[in-house]
Design a protein around this ligand. Sequence first.
Ligand SMILES: [Zn+2]
Length: 289
Amino acid sequence: MEAQKDLAIVIKSIQFAERHRIVTAITQNHGIITAMAKNAVQSKRFGGALDLFIASDWILQFKPNNELAFLSEAQVRQSFDQLRKNFEKFSLASVFTEFLLRVGPQNQPCPEFFQLHANALYALNENTACQGFEVFFLNSYLMKLLQLSGNQPQLGSCLHCQIALETLDPQSEINCLIADAGWICPSCRSQSKILIQESRAQGFTQSFFKVSQQALLEIGLGLVTPIRRIILSPPPALNSAEARDRQTGFFRWIEGLFIYHIPGFDQKPMNSLRFLGLDSGLTKATDCL
Ligand SMILES: [Zn+2]
């Protein structure tokens, strides 16, 4: 059983029995792994390396037919201190982490997921003014997660008539469908209600969300811009109550896409969403057909 080295960012850490810790992390080379850190509670061997968000160099061993790895050493490389000192940053980092934990590939290399999460935490730690942009940052991160997991929705054009998003009125309301992972324009919507009824997402109280054209354009930008740049220099125009409302509407649709399209996505409410003033839109929503 050979010891291996990997760079890991902690996404969950719980005490096990009296003296041990079980730590889950996204790693550069092994995807999401869970490891036992024996005698971690009293010992100073791990320093603060097993706390949430910390990035460390891990020395670990894998046993055949055992999903649990064994962690023998961890040296902190980046502690992202600001994430624990600022409530908005802490809240966002917590929601990023909860989504990643549910979506990231386990025990298989997924360097793009690692890079996205590392860059997001790095930028959040460095960012000087995060307040007001939280939902936009969250949506941008989540759209990138959907893209990496092969579930990116169609943003650029109407699913039905292919009209381009930019050509629509900024105030127009667009129907974003969950099951079809795309949207239909107001004119297609008025011509054919059947289109939505046929696309009903099974098991949902609602098969679509109304989102403004502007919100879709904003998030299109979020998708093509690296997460570091989004968080370090967000478009100032997005810091307004209206922009936040637009992005909150958009978040509801993204949440639906995760639940519907990601196999095994855990639908238990995420505790950290409360910190951002968001709650799940799916339980309360009523169908407006
Ligand atoms: Zn159309």
